[in-house]
Design a protein around this ligand. Structure first.
Ligand code: F0G
Length: 458
């Protein structure tokens, strides 16, 4: 018999979670005005809100925590992380930050000014917000295939090089401070970018003399997909693929809460000292001294170890197989999901799931609320609420994709949990025709409104 797949780790510590009743959940979600971010974790059975900072650290990472050096300046933890970043990514210079958006804040403070244009592949919401906060424009150059969830394409995160070249050709170089490649591309469904595409973007960027930065939160998952899907890479190691990916960039921003498998942390990697020096000023201003930047020494140690853990093939295979396991259960039941399955999450196509709800009534949010009520499973809306209003016209933006994301924390849940999640969502799918009304907003913040929005049922 062919031996089946099995996880590449065993469990050393557990945390209790509690099932709740439907009546409890109906009351709780109404109490928090239908905002899933406002629930307490004790009110959630399986929490797929995010894979960010929610992973389980390894025994090796916990050991490293004990070795942290808490010196304000020049700690050994800083140098451990610096050497690891050099070894894994190839970048010579780095600045620690407390998380990914802090890395964006520091880097964009040094690079982006009012009126600028920042092309990229479906910028993540914090990335876009940090661009728009500076009254600059994020221009989405993702390939069209990404917006059709039924289409099978191995690299739906790819940048459309024609769209990109169009932006570069029609705007002055002074207005384009950087190009961002998000690996994997979260907003289009955790979809990878191929090395061929990164090479092409890098060549175009060189032609126009514009730096390329990778938004690298899930760079290791991206490398895994390259190894599995891109011609010529099946025999190349994950770490060699990672090195090649970053060789096409001038720098990177990192949310260590994802592929470095820590609960908090981030950094910026730089190829050149000039921009590192410029950004260092903002790091000191916003984050802390350049050898800790918002992180404890022990946390930098855990990131360093996490970068090694997160780039191990066996770990990545376990992780991405689990995400695909959930995806396949849903797909087999006819639930419309972004296909191929993403690296960190399954993205449910809410427009196809709930065709009776108009986009003005927030389709993906409606679905996320229904799933919570059904099974106590918390997903997240990646749709019109998250898209915010256009900062110039004040009108709601309705993105092509209305998605409900089920993000899987790393090394946390078992496949039995995935069975439970799938059954909950399939139950909602079976009664989808009875769901005919969505929500209206009663209170919202001017930017990144999805975190604190309040809603009422229509
Ligand atoms: N870039 C990408 C692609 C992300 O997915 C995130 C965070 C960030 C940057 C910002 O990093 O949270 O450390 O400040 N994504 C989380 C998510 C929040 O749920 O997808 P951060």
């Amino acid at each position: 018999m062919k031996l089946p797949f099995a996880e590449s780790y065993r469990i050393k510590m557990v945390e209790s979670i509690r099932r709740t009743t439907r009546e409890e959940r109906e009351k709780w979600i109404a109490d928090v005005k239908y905002n899933l971010f406002s629930l307490r974790t004790s009110q959630v059975f399986i929490d797929l809100l995010t894979d960010s900072g929610t992973g389980a650290m390894s025994d090796r990472q916990w050991s490293e925590m004990m070795l942290g050096d808490e010196g304000y300046a020049g700690s050994s933890s800083y140098y451990k992380l610096k050497d690891t970043i050099k070894e894994i990514t190839g970048f010579d210079y780095f600045l620690p930050t407390h998380q990914g958006r802090a890395a964006e804040n520091v880097l964009f403070s040094a690079l982006v000014k009012e009126g600028d244009i920042v092309p990229g592949n479906s910028h993540f919401d914090t990335t876009k917000a940090h661009i728009e906060f500076r009254k600059a424009h994020a221009v989405d150059c993702t390939i069209d295939e990404a917006f059709d969830t039924t289409l099978d394409h191995p690299f739906k995160g790819n940048v459309d090089v024609e769209k990109l070249e169009n932006v570069l050709e029609n705007n002055s170089k002074e207005k384009i401070p950087l190009i961002i490649i998000t690996i994997t591309c979260n907003s289009s469904g955790g979809q990878p970018v191929s090395l061929k595409n990164m090479r092409e973007v890098s060549a175009i960027a060189k032609k126009y003399d514009i730096p390329v930065y990778c938004d690298s939160a899930r760079f290791a998952e991206n490398a895994y997909f390259i190894k599995i899907r891109e011609e010529g890479y099946s025999d190349v190691s994950i770490r060699d693929i990672v090195k090649e990916m970053f060789s096409y960039a001038d720098g990177m921003t990192m949310s260590s809460k994802k592929d470095a498998i820590v609960n908090m942390g981030g950094f910026i990697g730089f190829k050149y000292k000039e921009i590192f020096d410029k950004a260092s000023v903002y790091n000191i201003l916003f984050e802390g001294f350049i050898t800790y930047g918002g992180m404890s020494g022990r946390d930098m140690n855990a990131v360093a170890q996490g970068l090694f853990d997160g780039t191990e093939f066996d770990y990545l295979e376990t992780r991405i197989n689990q995400v695909a396991y959930l995806g396949q259960l849903l797909k087999d039941a006819g639930v419309p999901v972004q296909y191929p399955f993403g690296g960190h999450a399954i993205f449910v196509d809410a427009k196809r799931f709930l065709p009776n709800i108009p986009k003005e009534e927030f389709i993906a949010q409606t679905l996320a609320v229904e799933l919570y009520i059904e099974g106590g499973v918390r997903g997240v809306e990646i749709g019109s609420i998250m898209a915010d209003r256009d900062f110039e016209t004040g009108l709601n933006r309705y993105p092509d994709l209305e998605l409900m994301r089920l993000a899987i924390p790393r090394r946390v849940y078992t496949n039995d949990h995935m069975n439970y999640v799938a059954a909950s969502l399939i139950n909602v799918f079976d009664r989808r025709k009875t769901i005919t009304k969505g929500f209206r907003i009663t209170k919202e913040a001017p930017i990144l409104r999805h975190f604190t929005v309040e809603l009422e049922r229509i």
